[in-house]
Design a binder for this molecule. Structure first.
Ligand code: FCB
Length: 450
């Protein structure tokens, strides 16, 4: 048996997002978010489910933090619900909303669990959507005001601040593919959303620098995927480069190089409106950050699409591969490929895996156990490859499993279970899956035995 030991001080965490776990959507003055509106509109969510109750974490947070401590987590990534803090998106803050996050952070500190706070995990206040949402440049300014309010008023130690979660998903899945809130199908609008989000990110980073919180860092979380060509032929290779441009470089380049990738600008310009931008935007977006958060679950294999402007390509799903309940290929080597590539092309800077995990069809046994061997294999495989990347000099500082407990998986409702902990939604009782015990052992050894 080999022992793969992680660096001292490595963060072992789990991640969640406000709308997916909190429930209590009408409590203590919270305003409406686009996810309330979207999930209450028939036809958008599997089985017409919504986040009204979710895991009732807003009330059960103490128990959830205790569960984290029992697993041995030394870090926890959660998101703040913007409409709890500013029910109308801007204007008068709702101090009761802020108080919830203070109580949560105090509870985490009790167990020496370091908070990583995501400011935006997709739940825009509906009032701002009504004024044009992220298609409007004003939303970047409102986001900055909301962020600055928290930097100034969330007066408890936060380890890491993450401005945005997965702007690619929010821009394109929600605005070009209609699958997430607010449910639009307009690619040019999605490009504008991506731009305004990046701008909001950059503005928030500069506010953070001005406010000078001690010993804390700020970064962004991107969802990145290795893109493989289906073959070595020229057309497939060119397709893989374009798909990589669409999924990865469109965000990495402006943040780390100060400009959008030229090949993609040319492709988009032929079919869509390029985002409207001001001259100063590029520099704001490229404001230096302290770390990059990476969410990774799978890879993409592409065959050449119909034209040289096709940036999606035709996906290929190898038959012999293993797939999760999401239909995502299990490809542990991908995390190694990503970490080494990001480090080589955009580094050096500290990296965190801010999400990685798998949905499987878990069953609760009558004795309260859940034997989720496939999840353990998945996590073990990805962690071993993350360890390999560290051996090659990649400064990976922490790893967050998606997710602490089963929750509202967006358009899939409650049908997809990603948790280390099983939630019985009728009783709100939590049950540790085998993977939670396995993760506890990994953390206590600071490594794997493979
Ligand atoms: C990511 C999201 C997260 C969760 C996982 C499965 O794209 O950030 O909220 O839905 O996928």
């Amino acid at each position: 048996m080999a022992k793969l030991i992680f660096p001292e001080g490595f963060l072992w965490g789990a991640a969640t997002a406000a709308y997916q776990i909190e429930g209590a959507t009408l409590s203590d003055g919270r305003g409406e978010s686009i996810w309330d509106r979207f999930s209450h509109t028939p036809g958008n969510i599997l089985n017409e489910e919504n986040g009204d109750v979710a895991c009732d974490h807003y009330r059960l947070y103490r128990q959830d933090v205790k569960n984290m401590a029992d697993i041995g987590l030394n870090a926890y990534r959660f998101s703040i619900s913007w409409p709890r803090i500013f029910p109308q998106g801007s204007g008068k803050p709702n101090l009761k909303g802020l108080d919830f996050y203070r109580r949560l952070i105090e509870e985490l500190h009790k167990y020496k669990i370091k908070p990583s706070v995501t400011l935006y995990h997709w739940d825009l206040p509906q009032a701002l959507e009504d004024k044009g949402g992220w298609r409007s440049r004003d939303t970047a300014k409102y986001f900055n005001q909301y962020a600055a309010f928290l930097f100034e008023n969330l007066d408890l130690p936060v380890d890491r601040w993450i401005t945005l979660n997965e702007p690619w998903v929010f821009a394109f899945i929600a605005h070009a593919m209609g699958v997430h809130a607010p449910g639009m199908n307009d690619f040019s609008a999605a490009l504008q959303v991506a731009h305004n989000m990046l701008l909001g990110h950059g503005l928030a980073v500069s506010s953070f620098r001005d406010i000078k919180r001690k010993d804390e860092g700020i970064g962004i979380t991107l969802d990145l995927k290795p893109v493989h060509p289906a073959s070595e032929n020229k057309a497939d290779l060119a397709q893989a480069a374009r798909t990589d441009g669409f999924m990865n470089r469109w965000f990495l380049d402006p943040i780390f190089r100060g400009s959008y990738p030229q090949d993609m600008v040319e492709i988009y310009a032929r079919s869509f409106e390029l985002p409207r931008a001001e001259e100063e935007d590029a520099a704001i977006i490229a404001e230096p950050i302290d770390f990059l958060g990476i969410n990774n679950y799978t890879r993409t294999i592409v065959r050449a699409g119909s034209s040289e402007d096709d940036f999606m390509g035709n996906p290929l799903n190898p038959q012999e591969a293993e797939y999760t309940e999401m239909g995502w290929e299990v490809y542990p080597r991908g995390i190694y490929e990503l970490l080494t590539r990001v480090h080589r092309d955009y580094g050096p800077l500290p990296l965190y895996i801010t999400e990685n995990g798998a949905a499987f069809d878990d069953e609760l046994n009558s004795d309260g156990t859940i034997n989720d061997k496939r999840r353990i294999n998945y996590l073990q495989g990805y962690l071993a490859e993350a360890w390999n990347a560290i051996q090659e000099g990649v400064p990976l500082k922490g790893y967050f499993v998606w997710t602490l407990m089963d929750n509202f998986e967006w358009s899939f409702g409650y049908s997809k279970k990603f948790g280390l902990i099983y939630v019985d939604y009728t009783s709100q009782k939590r049950y540790f899956k085998d993977s939670a015990y396995w993760y506890r052992d990994v953390i206590s050894r600071n490594g794997l035995e493979v």
